[in-house]
Ligand binder design. Sequence first.
Ligand code: SF4
Length: 357
Amino acid sequence: MDASLSERLLPWYREHGRDLAFRRSRDPYAILVSEVLLQRTRVASGLPYYERFLARFPTVGDLARATGEEVLKAWEGLGFYGRARNLHRTAKAIVADHDGEVPRRSAELRTLPGIGDYTAGAVASIAFGERVPAVDGNAARVLARVFRLGGDVSRGDARRRLMAIASRLVPEGDPGAFNQALMELGATVCRPKAPRCPACPIREGCGAYADGEPDAYPRFRARARVPVVRVAFALAERDGKVLLVRRPAAGLLAGMWGLPGGELPPRRSEAAVLRGFLRDLGLTARTIGVAGPVEHAFSHRRWQGTVYRVKASGSARLPEGAIWATALDLLRLPIVPFHRRFLEARGPPTVGPPSPG
Ligand code: SF4
């Protein structure tokens, strides 16, 4: 099956592979951006971001010179903001340590911030023709079914077996096309549920198909339940401006701007915690109503809570990392997306010069 798999897969890919913008580029930097940006993102939602990101930062040097805030702004709404911060650090490392050229070998790529086996394999094989695998969730599902791989192929021994098979399968000629073909087959034919086996170019030789039970693979270990954490945020307005704070440089939504507030310690009331947040900014707060609920899922926790309308009085000067934001600030700053919806629901904002931020 090994050699014939690529012989059957590549013609199928040439005929049926989707014509996606990021596949047309031969530029290693654009390929790196697409591989980072489209991870854990549906292609349809990620493509507009990819195009806007490259228009905003056309070269690795442009990205390296950008501020962290500019990069987060281009990523706003895409989620998993750690990817944007790592891509920015990677661009700086490429400029500082590799003369501005994306490294050609997967081993070198893996030394860059946030670049793991998948991204290194994808960039090295697609941009530079290195014979290495690039196994995303779609490719892993195909291989688990073809080779009847039991166990959770996302980790441990089962993952190592999967990667050994993938390494063996990658052909000398056009390894990048082979890797993309395998991922494309998983995305469009060998789907998680109801795979389209009759349309599959490699059904002969597929173990799960021969057994009549493609859905039996892959098996994943049951995920732990995601904890629900209570949160509260304050929507405070003054003279048509709204109070925003920059979130800490590490942790959830790091470096983005949002409404003051956050996770509630156990047994503390929302009002008391919000008063504390605003007191730290030199303000006295009084809750005057509810702006709406918050419900947001991260990969490892779920936030549930409320945004309160708050009347804030006190100090005219805010500490570093807090501003009374104008309409221009709201346009230029990277803002927590589920806070932006409360900001946009406030009605027409006041236009004025941006605050020093
Ligand atoms: S035959 Fe079916 S299960 Fe096997 S690889 Fe093709 S689509 Fe997946």
